[in-house]
Every structure is written in C-alpha cells, then in structure tokens.
Design a protein around this ligand. Structure first.
Ligand SMILES: [Zn+2]
Length: 211
C-alpha cells in the first residue's frame, strides 16, 4: 500500500510535472503571441496618440495664430483710431499721382462704386463745394489748417456745404462718375501750401495703409 501510494504519488508528480511543463510551454507560447500582439497594439496606440497629439498641437497652433491675428487687428484698429488722419475710402487704388499723357494726375484714384461713402481724412472745414463739368465734376474741398487741404472729386452726391465743420472719418460725398471721369471712382487730392502733393505718399506718411 505504501509503495503503491508512493508510486501513485510519483506518477502523480510526474504527470503534474509533465502537465506543468506543457502548461508552461503553452503559457510561453501565449506570452509570445501576446507580447507580439502587445507590441503591435503599443505601436498602434503610440501612432494614434501621436496623431492625436499632432492634431491637438496643430489645433492649438491654429488657435494661437488666430488669437495673435485678432490681437494684431485690434492693436492696428486702436493705432489707427488714435491717428489724427484716416483714409478717404477703403477701396483699392486704381490710379496714382504722377504724369499721365504729359499732364500731372494730381491725385490718387480709389476704385469706389457709385454711391459709396467717402470720408473726410481729417478734422476740418468745408472751404469749397462746386461742379466742374470737364474736370472734378461734383467736388468738395476741405481745409484742415496748417496749410493742408484735401479735395474729393467726381461725387454723385455732395453731403456737406461750405462752412461745415467735419470730423475725421465723416462722410462728405458719395462716390460717382461726374466731370472728367470714365467710370465711378474717387479722385482724392492733398494740397500743402496750395501745391498738389502725392496724396498716397502723404497718407502713408500719416501712418495709414492705403489699399
Ligand atoms: Zn484721378
């Protein structure tokens, strides 16, 4: 009985041992498979995380750029508001001051459409309102003091009269095509001491960014 039991125990141990070895091998195999899977999963997770991180970073960079642009725009708006002068129009420039067909084009042309509002570039007093068929058409002169005068020509409509005090940015005419004009636009002049100067260069010198 004792021996039998011993044998049974030995066999049992042997079986257990064999089973144990088999299980260990299976486990190792499983681990190998598992570890392969885990490696792939880790790689995929890393890739996904990296993509997400890159997307998040790009989003953050975009948001930061938008914030910076908004801040720059606000700062520029504040800077322009603090200047004593403004643009007469935000339309793009279609013709510059300079010699044209042997004659001086004494102003800057802005490509305003018929009826668009044109603003006084600074505080001043309306010194002349007239109609000149071959030239300015309906025109307004504004005296800003210190020998500075501005002129706004080819108006479809004049909204001020001589003697009116105007503020910087106040609408003085509506753009048009009157006088010697081929298509609606604003012809804008600056005179200093009675002499026409390059009005675009003058605007830029005041810190403005004409279009
Ligand atoms: Zn012109």
């Amino acid at each position: 009985m004792k021996a039998g039991l011993g044998l049974a125990v030995l066999v049992g141990v042997g079986l257990a041992s064999a089973t144990g070895q088999h299980a260990a091998a299976q486990a190792a195999e499983a681990r190998a498979g598992e570890s392969q899977t885990v490696v792939r999963d880790d790689w995929a997770v890393d890739t996904v995380l990296a993509d997400m991180s890159a997307a998040k970073k790009a989003e953050e960079e975009k948001a930061a750029a938008e914030k910076a642009a908004a801040e720059a725009a606000a700062a520029e708006e504040a800077r322009l508001a603090a200047l004593p002068w403004t643009l007469p129009s935000d339309a793009r420039i279609t013709s510059y001051y300079g010699m044209r067909d042997g004659r001086l084009h004494g102003g800057t042309d802005f490509g305003d459409f018929e009826g668009e509002e044109i603003w006084s570039v600074g505080e001043g007093t309306v010194s002349y309102v007239g109609y000149e068929p071959g030239g300015y058409g309906n025109v307004v002169y504004i005296d800003h003091g210190d020998g500075i005068q501005t002129r706004y020509a080819h108006a479809s409509k004049v909204l001020v009269k001589v003697g009116d005090k105007v503020a910087k940015g106040e609408t003085v005419i509506l753009a048009g095509n009157t006088g010697g004009s081929r298509g609606p636009h604003l012809h804008f002049e600056v005179l200093i001491g009675g002499k026409k100067v390059d009005s675009l260069a003058w605007l830029e010198k005041q810190g403005l960014n004409p279009g």
